[in-house]
Design a protein around this ligand. Structure first.
Ligand SMILES: [Zn+2]
Length: 390
């Protein structure tokens, strides 16, 4: 091969990647795309796919925009219960690298390759089966143009994992773009990333409902550069009919930081605390973003022998995240210690102290994996400020 290629190991998998992708600050698209910084989110994927693949469904996996194949190849090596992995990328150089890596890992017999437009690949009618059990969609920017194709080609009881890297759009920097991509409005606030995830899930849920499909969020996470959602898929009209109960709006008072959930049919935009007019975000997914049984299974899966090879610091980081998520309250929207401090015009109080003060005063309170300084509570913004800074 004429390009400069390096061999690396990620998880238990050997990967051939363009050398430039290891040295450039922003991994280049040419000759082929590989983002070494996404290792953490691929580690989480392997955990999720191992649980999902242990059910009787879920034996085929499609890495629909695979780049050099990092996620798909890791699934073929690290998720033994997946029978067949399909890797697709429009870039033939990326697919050539993925094929070579499959040989290195001796998994070429369970890997199939395609170099096609993502929708043509997913909806290819001449395959011997029509639906994939697990589909990953990780495009450059917004996943919104491809969500229909993913939902058309996923099997009943399957799982879809979707990444959005247009975080500025979903977090409220470009509300007009957000509306045309996701049919909803964001708000700029300290919990914009959560609003963004809820917009993304709402968009996918409403798209799914057109196909008589319902989705159940299993796990979601985000950082500065991406949001990622894992959604279980169930076919059937009656389940899909209930989608309207899970979609709503969230109002946010810029004055006193009060927030409230409003349903689809009626919205009261006046803040109950200070009587100012609130901003409205939505339509949003207002139901849970985590499925507690699944998060518990993630915790169990992490502890079993499969992860022995993982470096201790990475293992502990994953363990900590899953622990926080296990105890995370399902209250939509979190507060942040810095925002509360600036409301009180005082300096920040540590998250652990905030949690101990709120819980000793009888409030429900938990950390959140969405923000290192974030907490969810049934206390109002006013009650929080009064308790912390009285
Ligand atoms: Zn208010």
């Amino acid at each position: 091969m004429q390009h400069d290629v390096s061999q690396i190991k990620e998880g238990k998998t050997m990967l051939l990647v363009p050398s430039l992708s290891l040295t450039d600050n922003v991994p280049p698209k040419n000759p082929a795309f590989f983002n070494p910084n996404a290792k953490w989110n691929r580690d989480i994927s392997m955990l999720v796919y191992r649980i999902q693949a242990s059910t009787k469904y879920n034996k085929t996996f499609a890495d629909s925009i695979c780049g050099v194949g990092a996620r798909g190849l890791r699934a073929s090596v690290e998720v033994p219960k997946i029978d067949t992995v399909y890797l697709n990328d429009l870039n033939p150089i990326a697919i050539e690298l993925a094929k070579e890596s499959a040989k290195l890992n001796q998994v070429e017999s369970k890997c199939l390759f395609d170099s096609n437009d993502v929708c043509k690949f997913l909806n290819f009618e001449e395959r011997d089966f029509r639906k994939f059990d697990i589909i990953d969609l990780d495009p450059f920017g917004s996943p919104s143009p491809y969500v229909d194709c993913v939902l058309r080609s996923v099997s009943n009881h399957g799982l879809i994992s979707i990444t959005a890297t247009d975080t500025a759009v979903l977090c409220g920097v470009y509300p007009k773009v957000c509306f045309r991509k996701y049919y909803g409005f964001p708000i700029r606030s300290e919990y914009s990333n959560e609003i963004g995830i809820r917009l993304l899930v709402s968009f996918i849920a409403l798209t799914a409902s057109r196909f008589d499909i319902s989705i159940i969020p299993y796990f979601c996470h985000s950082n500065l550069h991406y949001m990622r959602v894992y959604l279980k898929v169930e076919f059937g009209n009656s389940l899909a009919n209930s989608v309207f109960e899970k979609i709503g709006f969230l109002k946010h008072c810029q004055n006193c930081k009060h927030r409230g959930v409003e349903n689809l049919r009626e919205q009261n935009l006046i803040c109950e605390v200070c009587n100012k007019k609130c901003n409205l975000a939505g339509p949003l997914w207002i139901d849970s973003l985590f499925y507690s049984e699944f998060v518990k299974a993630m915790s169990g899966e992490l502890e079993n022998g499969e992860n022995n090879a993982m470096p201790v610091n990475e293992f502990n980081r994953l363990k900590k995240m899953i622990q926080i998520c296990t105890n995370e309250l399902a209250i939509p929207s979190y507060f942040e210690t810095d925002t509360i401090a600036s409301m009180a015009r005082k300096s920040s109080i540590s998250l652990d102290k905030v949690i101990s003060i709120l819980s000793s005063n009888g409030y429900e309170v938990s950390k959140t994996i969405m923000n290192d300084k974030g907490f969810r509570t049934n206390a109002t913004s006013k009650e929080i400020v009064n308790l912390l800074y009285k």
